[in-house]
Design a protein around this ligand. Structure first.
Ligand code: ATR
Length: 280
């Protein structure tokens, strides 16, 4: 089989091996997808060694998760436009063993947009969107969100300068959208879609925005899933919004990575259903 892995720290709870095994089964592709735990100070050497070890089959690529998405982007000699825009990569394709032959891509944002539009049934065109956070997760999402042409998109972040930098880097894709940067306390009211891309829940912090950001019936999506998403989803539903965790995004970004590697698009809905059943 062709070999892949998810590289991160930690990786033991990653659902990516399950998702890619399902995609491989469904499409009849010969793929072996494992986990690659990288020491915090040794991402590059660990991935290089993985890429060069063909003893169990050719190694074709890896996904990259926290905290290495920026390093992965820096490492690869070639980058897709969407990875350039995000300045972060969640997918590496090894067209050769050494990083001179690596392609860095970012499938997180398209995964998010597909989950919102197809799985949650909310067309983004003409909507008012609030993106909370300006770290790696938000950076991957912003370009694809703008391509879906919402009427306005506000990036709200505790550190305003980070939101401003992110917004400035996307000014040229924002043609159809009023794009702005703000702090969470000044986010305003009445958004159709509210996306939490902060790590605040992991630190047990409060929801960083006031509930008036939620329009009646808004979609409120947390990029996290499991216990880390619970607080945000409960808050959203208590204020009349429809809560959605990050599992759909996880499956959709994986499907896009599978396509980048294999040229085949797996069907995501049965895999998302299987994943929800597995984690229930
Ligand atoms: P990731 O790759 O998961 O996005 P990151 O790059 O460290 O991780 O970004 C974390 C995001 O969560 C940032 O937007 C961060 O805000 P700052 O830029 O102000 O640091 C946000 N964040 C983390 N803890 C937070 C908290 N307690 N309250 C509000 N925002 C928080």
């Amino acid at each position: 089989p062709d070999r892949y892995a998810v590289a991160g720290h930690p990786v033991e709870h990653s659902q990516s091996p399950f998702i890619h095994a399902e995609f491989a089964r469904q499409t009849g592709q010969s793929v072996d997808y494992g986990r690659l735990l990288c020491p915090l100070d040794a991402f590059a050497t660990t991935v290089r060694a993985f890429a060069a070890d063909h003893s169990a089959g050719p190694v074709r690529g890896c996904n990259v998760t926290v905290p290495f998405k920026f390093e992965a982007f820096e490492l690869a000699a070639r980058r897709t436009p969407r990875a350039e825009r995000a300045q972060a990569a969640n997918t590496l394709r090894f067209d050769r063993d050494d990083e001179g032959g690596w392609l860095a891509d970012n499938t997180d944002g398209v995964g998010l947009v597909r989950d919102i539009e197809r799985n949650a049934g909310m067309a983004l065109a003409g909507r008012r969107v609030l993106l909370i956070g300006a770290g790696g997760a938000a950076a991957g999402a912003l370009g694809p969100l703008l391509e879906a042409q919402p009427s306005s998109l506000v990036v709200a972040n505790r550190t305003l300068s980070k939101a401003q930098t992110l917004v400035a880097r996307h000014a040229d894709v924002a043609a159809a959208t009023t794009l702005s940067a703000i702090t969470p306390d000044q986010a305003g009211a009445g958004f159709d879609v509210v996306i939490n891309a902060t790590a605040s829940s992991l630190q047990g912090a409060d929801i960083p925005v006031d509930a008036r950001v939620l329009a009646p019936g808004a979609l409120a999506l947390d990029m996290m899933y499991g216990p880390a998403a619970k607080g945000f989803l409960a808050w959203a539903e208590a204020h009349g919004a429809s809560g959605r965790d990050g599992l759909g995004m996880l499956v959709e970004q994986a499907a896009e990575a599978f396509f980048v590697w294999r040229g085949v698009r797996p069907e995501t809905s049965p895999v998302l259903a299987a994943l929800r059943a597995r984690l229930a």
